[in-house]
Design a binder for this molecule. Structure first.
Ligand code: NAD
Ligand code: G6P
Ligand code: MN
Length: 432
């Protein structure tokens, strides 16, 4: 029987995770689930933990649900550890989004200056968690959801020297659902080929006879007037440019291919106090009001308003596939190992992979066309420098990451935003 530990257990997404485990109960011999949080998240942990207990009871399962503020106690002898924590809570995300926008520069949870700062705050904490895991559960798998998911996974592998880690994201699943529906199919009737980095990947779609449906899906997507991800404002892609790629972009590419238009939208949100983090704060308060209801015994529908919806599918399926050597195909952040020939061998990429008992085995994609190669190489270099900045606390490296980031203008403005953000987040940046 297995022990699963979730760090950041007080997250409003936890009921979806529990639902994912319940759905797979026949493949998951669970004994205990430990939900871990910190003092600041104690109230949320209790509310969501009690809902988790009601859900498990309703399903007629004898799983123990433990709530803990003591990470070390929880990690002892764990088999799987999932991470979904937010260093500095939503208030830090509000700063990540609002400070750059004050200067007309994109502020976003995982992109631009916001994404760099989320990495700077989170990497020291994940490396501490990995140190605890090495002592308390050295054979456990770490299933990381904490953003920026790709960079966090790379930090664990290349600086934490901990190999049993997989990074996850719900974007590929959301694309698969939506795009198969557009052509009247279900995802399991199609073959998806993903290649790139977390929140910066492209994909192709084939049917089972090997026919390439990418161009067909692309034309259907051009008719749509909303973005695939709930958390991303819609601006239509430039059709000629996307056709020229020959691959489907992910929703996050809107920030890179349509920077000016996206910034204009976000500046309006900045002025109206409707940036995504500010909206999420309200949404989260509503969700926790619902979770408090002792008669609620299921995941409420409103959770689908969060950008991370369907993420439990990824997390629970991954755990199930490793445990049962299912050899399922999933899109995960894992070591490149030559799958993308344009990127370093040891770096982390997000690619279609086969999930086995020894973890993900990335499928070879090969070379990108120059238009994608240029972006992905720049983004990977920016990620590497950001991770180095997070580990060393070097101001020069942090500035270097800003200058490399395609969403941050260089010059005086980069320094101004960097300095202001370093000050605003100083309580969560002990390395600087
Ligand atoms: P949240 O603000 O609800 O935070 C989750 C919990 O983490 C909170 O209860 C908080 O108290 C706790 N926490 C903060 N610091 C902690 C620490 N040091 N140790 C343990 N717990 C700590 O966040 P959320 O909206 O549920 O998102 C959680 C994380 O998951 C974020 O990093 C978010 O970016 C990420 N996320 C990723 C994906 C993906 O596609 N990979 C999808 C959704 C969310
Ligand atoms: C997306 C992404 C996540 C991101 C989240 C934000 O789906 O895959 O990585 O963090 O949604 O959602 P939110 O509701 O918090 O804005
Ligand atoms: Mn994601």
């Amino acid at each position: 029987k297995i022990k699963i530990v979730t760090i950041g257990g007080g997250s409003s997404y936890t009921p979806e995770l529990i639902e994912g485990f319940i759905v797979r109960k026949d493949q998951l011999p669970i004994k205990e689930i430990w939900l871990v949080d910190i003092e600041a998240g104690k109230e949320k942990l209790e509310i969501v933990g009690n809902l988790a207990r009601r859900m498990v009871k309703k399903a007629g399962l004898d799983w123990e649900i433990h709530l803990s503020l003591d990470r070390k106690e929880a990690l002892k002898d764990a088999d799987f550890v999932s991470t979904q924590f937010r260093v500095g809570l939503l208030d830090a995300r509000i700063k990540d989004e609002r400070i750059p926008l004050k200067y007309g520069v994109l502020g976003q949870e995982t992109n631009g200056a916001g994404g760099v700062f989320k990495a700077l705050r989170t990497i020291p904490v994940i490396l501490d968690i990995v140190n605890d895991m090495k002592k308390l559960c050295p054979n456990a798998w770490l299933v990381n959801f904490t953003n920026p998911s790709g960079m966090i996974t790379e930090a664990v592998l290349n600086y934490g020297n901990f190999e049993k880690v997989v990074g996850l994201c719900n974007v590929p699943i959301n694309h698969n659902f939506r795009e198969s529906k557009l052509i009247g199919k279900s995802p399991d009737e199609l073959i998806f080929q993903y290649a790139g980095l977390n929140h910066h990947h492209w994909h192709k779609i084939y049917d089972k006879s090997g026919d390439d449906l990418t161009a067909l899906v692309m034309e259907k997507l051009f008719e749509q007037k909303e973005s695939t991800m709930e958390n991303i404002e819609f601006v239509p892609f430039c059709e000629e440019q996307i056709r020229d790629l020959g691959m489907l972009p992910c929703s996050y590419h809107q920030y890179y291919y349509l920077t000016d238009d996206m910034v204009k939208k976000e500046v309006v949100n900045y002025e109206n106090h409707t940036t995504r983090a500010e909206l999420v704060k309200k949404l989260e308060a509503e969700l926790f009001e619902l979770y408090k209801d002792p008669n609620l015994k299921d995941k409420p529908e409103q959770l689908t308003k969060r950008g991370g919806t369907h993420y439990s599918d990824a997390a629970c399926e991954l755990i199930c596939s490793i445990l049962n050597n299912k050899k399922t195909e999933m899109v995960v952040s894992t070591r490149n190992h030559g799958a993308l020939t344009d990127l370093p061998y040891e770096c982390v990429v997000e690619v279609s992979s086969i999930i086995t008992g020894i973890g993900p085995r990335p499928l070879t994609f090969g070379k990108f066309k120059p238009a994608m190669r240029g972006m992905v190489q720049l983004m990977k270099a920016m990620e590497e420098v950001t991770i180095e900045a997070a580990v060393t606390g070097s101001y020069a490296k942090a500035l270097q990451a800003f200058i490399l980031n395609p969403l941050i203008p260089s010059g005086e403005i980069a320094k101004t935003i960097l300095n202001e953000m370093l000050l605003a987040h100083k309580d969560y940046l002990p390395q600087f």
